[in-house]
Design a protein around this ligand. Structure first.
Ligand code: NAD
Length: 396
């Protein structure tokens, strides 16, 4: 099959196996070229195939030499379609981990379901006995509740009043105005049900009941706060409410994990290009400006750089860097630097389709987007016939 990118709105419907493998290998190279970490030895990553979850799995395995189990929901290739990028990433990760002698197994299915929780606990018990770290890194538009079977769809909307602002169609380089009507109470509740902490708590309660959590266990979920500019649509919007719920859940889980001397933590990460963030209005334009400022300043980071810092400087440091007043780990510290944010605020009102390529790093945004799907990598010949069928070694 000749595999080329096919962009539909803010998603790409194809993925390139060799490209995805290359991007995984680059992340591994980043980690192995840095100091190794005295960290956890048995790690479960829920949402392990792309973005922050994949980076977490790579740092755990190649930075801490941990055995990893990854849970994700990805599609295998068929006669007409390539697999999803997370499928190819996970195939590459497992192959490369096993080549380096690290145990790696994966479970593909709906992490919100009871069945996948059971399967995961069984695999932990059989192969690892217990886990020392659970990373919760799901980003999903939808959740079927495992008990009531109610279907919840999350929305990215403001609360209380409509939002009007700028956004970008990055592939056309067009800056556009958007108006988004406020969410209804049902939409707010549904977004909390999908992206809040209920499922994280269900995982932790189940794993505790099954006695597969080790003494001193840690669990980390990821959040985003962002600057004033995006607050109406993010922090103060439906997704922000879900993230507040995630933080409240961490506080509850801390009570539950006391008997194991365990801890639940929320890490606030930087805005990066992932399949999840591409779907949020306003955010791609903000990210394009942010990239330009952070690259100029030499502080630009992707998922892997931040997650390496998370493990090395916070979770498993001899002298961990301080958290903020609310107990969050702030990996978004470079993003939120006043100097960076002031520049963005000054440029924001001036941005139009005519000057956006000059003022913002739209090219960098698009490159990162293509790379999510294994495209845009110089040394790969995308006109070459490529077999889309790739096996994940641990999945039959
Ligand atoms: P992503 O889209 O790259 O990854 C999502 C992961 O969840 C994938 O592994 C996918 O397979 C898995 N997944 C989705 N639905 C699933 C299901 N039903 N069952 C099993 N697995 C499922 O997302 P991301 O951007 O890395 O986001 C991960 C977390 O990081 C989210 O909580 C997000 O809010 C947070 N975060 C993201 C950013 C950003 O800019 N992207 C910034 C800060 C925090």
């Amino acid at each position: 099959m000749i595999i080329q990118p096919k962009i539909r709105g803010f998603i790409c419907t194809t993925a390139h196996p060799v490209g995805c493998q290359t991007v995984v290998q680059e992340q591994i190279n980043y980690v192995t070229s840095h100091e190794s970490i005295e960290g956890p030895k048995r790690v479960l990553v829920i949402g392990a195939s792309t973005g922050y979850g994949l980076a977490s799995r790579i740092v755990a395995a190649f930075g801490c030499r941990a055995k990893t189990i990854g849970v994700f929901y990805e599609k295998e290739a068929d006669d007409k379609r390539t697999a999803s990028p997370g499928w190819y990433n996970s195939a590459a990760f497992e192959q490369l981990a096993q080549k380096s002698g690290y145990y790696a197994k994966s479970i593909n299915g709906d992490a919100f379901s009871s069945e996948i929780k059971q399967k995961t606990a069984e695999l932990i018990r059989r192969d690892l006995d217990q886990v020392d770290l659970i990373i919760y890194s799901l980003a999903s538009p939808r959740r079927i509740h495992p008990i009531t079977e109610a279907v919840f769809s999350s929305v990215l909307k403001p609360i209380g009043q409509s939002f009007s602002g700028k956004t970008i169609d990055a592939f056309r380089g067009e800056v556009k105005d958007v108006v988004i009507e406020p969410a209804t109470q049902d939409e707010i509740a549904a977004t909390i049900a999908v992206m809040g902490g209920e499922d994280w708590a269900m995982w932790m309660e189940y794993l505790l009941k099954e006695n597969v959590l080790a003494q001193d266990v840690k669990t980390v979920a990821y959040s985003y706060l962002g600057p004033q500019l995006t607050h109406a649509i993010y922090k103060d919007g439906t997704i922000g409410k879900a993230k507040e719920h995630l933080k409240m859940t961490a506080d509850q889980l801390n009570g539950m994990l006391k008997k194991l001397n365990g801890e639940a933590i929320v890490s606030v990460d930087k805005a990066v290009v992932t399949q999840a963030s591409a779907a949020i209005p306003v955010v791609p334009l903000y990210i394009s400006l942010l990239f330009k400022m952070m690259k100029e300043k030499g502080t630009h980071e992707g998922c892997i750089e931040q997650i390496y810092r998370l493990f090395h400087d916070y979770l498993y440091a001899k002298h961990p860097r301080p958290r903020d007043q609310e107990g969050y780990i702030r990996l978004d510290d470079y993003e939120m630097k006043e100097e960076i944010q002031q520049k963005i605020m000054a440029l924001w009102p001036q941005i139009t389709s005519d000057n956006v390529n000059e003022l913002a790093d739209v090219k960098g945004y698009c490159n990162d987007f293509y790379r999510l799907f294994g495209f845009g990598i110089d040394k790969i010949d995308y006109n070459k016939d490529t077999d889309p069928q790739v096996k994940i070694p641990s999945i039959e």
